[in-house]
Design a protein around this ligand. Structure first.
Ligand SMILES: NC(=O)c1ccc[n+]([C@@H]2O[C@H](COP(=O)([O-])OP(=O)(O)OC[C@H]3O[C@@H](n4cnc5c(N)ncnc54)[C@H](OP(=O)(O)O)[C@@H]3O)[C@@H](O)[C@H]2O)c1
Length: 287
């Protein structure tokens, strides 16, 4: 199977190209080469490859889908209810010259997840990157959490991510990348966040275990754990949920979806491949 991201031949080619370019290119540690490869679409890390991003109609998922498309990946966008937003993400990717489709699928339903992968494969011939991003945040003290709120969160975040990662384990081509969304909240666990934090701690374990299960196939599996990011997931809980965060963050602002998309793109790049089975915290220093 094709293994373009992790192909060790690439580093040999890089050295030979630098050597051919002469001492100036070698002296600058490859900066000249980096400029030419960035400008060549055929050399983008996602060229000829496909990515599925669950929950990508808005927020971190939408930013990730658009970012991976800019890296050359054909992208399958997914939503639960906001089909208009999913179609808009696809339209934005296509307007920039990328390739994308969208499909509605509830990640809590294993058949729907299988259909999502099938749609991707039909459109793009296979899958190289899966980002298990779909998630919800229901918060409240133990004493007040309803059965329905708890069950829906487990169904989406724990079972939904399992459904997605199981399909990824079966279908991602050798040399690919699998990423699941954890949260920096697992480091703090503020009152009222125990149930949500539990679902996100689970992603850390999923990533570590799956990285080991896929040993020998050159597939890197990691969790990305954002701090507070300015999306509907937080804003649905009111301005109170955001109060004080920029002031408490060493980098002095709230996270944006694009901040997290960049980290995911880095892990999906050739240079990110040695990170495997880890949880990457991305929170501007607020941990
Ligand atoms: N925002 C933060 O501060 C933060 C911090 C740490 C971790 N995270 C994690 O990052 C991920 C994305 O969060 P976000 O802030 O971008 O959330 P968001 O803006 O609320 O977006 C959630 C996305 O997930 C989709 N979705 C929800 N339930 C789904 C289901 N059952 N099946 C398929 N898609 C579903 C939504 O689709 P519809 O539009 O159709 O509803 C939407 O595209 C989540 O896993 C979250 O736990 C977020």
């Amino acid at each position: 199977m094709t293994d373009t991201i992790n192909n060790p031949d690439n580093s040999r080619r890089t050295f030979l190209t630098l050597a051919a370019a002469g001492p100036a290119a070698l002296a600058f540690g490859g900066a000249a080469l980096a400029q030419t490869t960035d400008a060549d679409p055929a050399r983008l890390p996602g060229t000829g490859r496909a990515a599925i991003v669950t929950g990508s109609s808005r927020g971190i998922g939408a930013a990730t889908a658009k970012r991976l498309a800019r890296d050359g990946y054909a992208v399958t966008v997914n939503c639960l209810v906001n089909t208009d937003l999913a179609a808009q993400v696809v339209a934005e990717i296509e307007a920039e010259g990328g390739r994308a489709i969208w499909r509605q699928a509830d990640v809590a339903d294993p058949d729907a997840v299988r259909a999502l992968f099938a749609a991707n494969n039909e459109a793009f011939g296979g899958v190289d990157v899966v980002v298990s991003n779909a998630g919800i945040m229901n918060v409240g003290p133990f004493a007040d959490m309803t059965d329905a709120a708890f069950d829906r969160m487990i169904a989406t975040n724990v079972k939904g991510s399992f459904n997605t990662l199981r399909e990824a384990a079966r279908q991602v081509r050798d040399g690919g990348r699998i990423i699941t969304l954890s949260s920096s909240i697992i480091l703090q666990v503020p009152p009222g966040a125990a149930a949500y934090a539990g679902t996100k701690a689970d992603q850390q374990l999923y990533a570590k275990a799956l990285a080991r299960e896929l040993a020998g196939r050159n597939i890197s599996v990691n969790a990305v754990a954002p701090g507070a990011v300015d999306t509907q997931l937080l804003r649905q809980h009111g301005e109170e949920a955001l109060r004080g965060i920029p002031e408490a963050t060493p980098l002095g602002r709230l996270g944006q979806p694009e901040d997290i998309a960049e980290v995911i793109a880095l892990l999906c790049s050739q240079g990110g491949g040695w990170v495997n089975g880890e949880t990457v915290f991305a929170n501007g220093g607020l941990s």
